[in-house]
Ligand binder design. Structure first.
Ligand SMILES: *Cc1c(COP(=O)(O)O)cnc(C)c1O
Length: 368
């Protein structure tokens, strides 16, 4: 039977194998494993790619969020508004600063936090907003930045799924006070281990983030603050520098894969992703909305097609959030969408005939 995996990391590795093995070899020959030339070069190259003044490599996307919040001055007792429709890490990062996550419901078209809902969630304790650029498309940043300006709030972008995505030609990660990216294996720019990066134009946030990621270390033997161990490592940075050169090509391929899905799924009974004006969607995930989602997922599984659900439960209803006091029904759009979403196979190397096979399987499910 044909099998189409949900992601195919080997397909991305094979064409770059020689170059990657050579880069790893160089790092090991030099044995300069700690905040060395590759990390510094990646920070310069990634800042330039995003169009930000600074980039600071850290241990993960989760740490990028957490460290940005701390560097921007978020403290215990503050409130940070974010989306309930995200990976759990967005809320974790807020909680670990001692601040309280406050959720605001989403808009179904872009799966991102709705500006009108943010407005209703603002209190005198609100200090920051974390919009999440879900699935590779920008959140409505113009409206969010206007609200932030009006209320004196910090904006930290969760761009973990949005490497290369743009709004009015400007890259996600260059729009707010800080941008946070993950290099988790399956992200549009993935490492072969853990990693993340913070982008910012603010010299103070950049300086603080650099100190915090490395034990509060300023000068030799001098620790100015209590920081963390969250450094991007040289081996991952060396690999990422190679993969960064191909990021635009990967994203172009993802967009063409998505366009083919969308044309083949027309009138099939499922809702295909919307591309909103001024925003370029980089399709970290290709997410449809559909009826009888779980049955469709099992049916596709039987046909050898791997799918995912991002995510099955809204963050505000996770057990860990029970003390925050959100009840079922409090974020109706996010909660309902969880039952309808299905992520189809998506990676740059996905073949046309694979997409045809998936689209035909979706059609035959609804034709039954
Ligand atoms: C992947 C992801 C994160 C966390 O990144 P890690 O590198 O896995 O820590 C945070 N937010 C979103 C939206 C993500 O997709």
């Amino acid at each position: 039977m044909k099998t189409i995996p949900f992601v195919d990391l080997k397909a991305g590795y094979q064409p770059l194998k020689e170059e990657i093995l050579h880069a790893i070899h160089e790092v090991l020959e030099n044995m300069h494993l700690y905040l060395g030339e590759n990390v510094h070069a990646l920070e310069r190259e990634y800042a330039e790619y995003i169009g930000a003044k600074f980039a600071i490599g850290v241990g993960s996307g989760t740490d990028a969020l957490f460290i940005s919040l701390i560097a921007a001055g978020i403290r215990p007792g503050d409130e940070v508004i974010t989306s309930p429709h995200t990976f759990f890490a967005t809320a974790e990062a807020i909680v670990h600063t001692g601040a309280r996550p406050v959720f605001a419901d989403i808009t179904p078209e872009d799966f991102a936090i709705a500006p009108e809902r943010i407005k209703q969630a603002i209190t005198p304790k609100t200090r920051a907003i974390i919009p999440v650029h879900m699935y590779g498309q920008s959140a409505p940043m113009k409206e969010i930045l206007a609200l932030a300006k009006q209320h004196g709030l910090i904006v930290v972008e969760d761009a973990c799924q949005a490497h290369g995505a743009t709004l009015s030609g400007k890259k996600c990660g260059s729009l707010g006070d800080a941008g946070c990216f993950s290099f988790y294996y399956t992200k549009n720019l993935g490492a072969y281990g853990e990693g993340g990066i913070i982008t910012t134009d603010d010299p103070e946030i950049a300086e603080k983030a650099r100190i915090i990621r490395n034990h509060g270390h300023t000068a030799k033997y001098d620790h100015a603050t209590f920081g963390y161990n969250s450094r991007l490592d040289e081996m991952q940075a060396a690999i990422l520098r190679i993969r960064l050169k191909h990021l635009d090509a990967y994203n172009t391929a993802r967009r063409s894969r998505a366009a083919l899905y969308t044309s083949l799924l027309k009138d099939s009974g499922v809702l295909t992703p919307s591309e909103l004006p001024e925003r370029s969607h980089m399709y970290h995930l290709y997410v449809i909305r559909c009826q009888q989602r779980d049955a469709l997922q099992s049916y596709l599984q039987e046909k050898g097609i791997g799918t995912g659900i991002h995510y099955r439960n809204s963050v505000h209803l996770q057990s860990a959030c029970s003390s925050l006091g959100y009840v079922s029904g409090s974020m109706p759009i996010a909660e309902n969408i969880c039952n309808e979403i299905l992520s189809l196979p998506m990676y740059p190397e996905l073949q046309d005939q694979d997409i045809e096979y998936v689209a035909n399987a979706v059609r035959s499910f609804y034709a039954q």
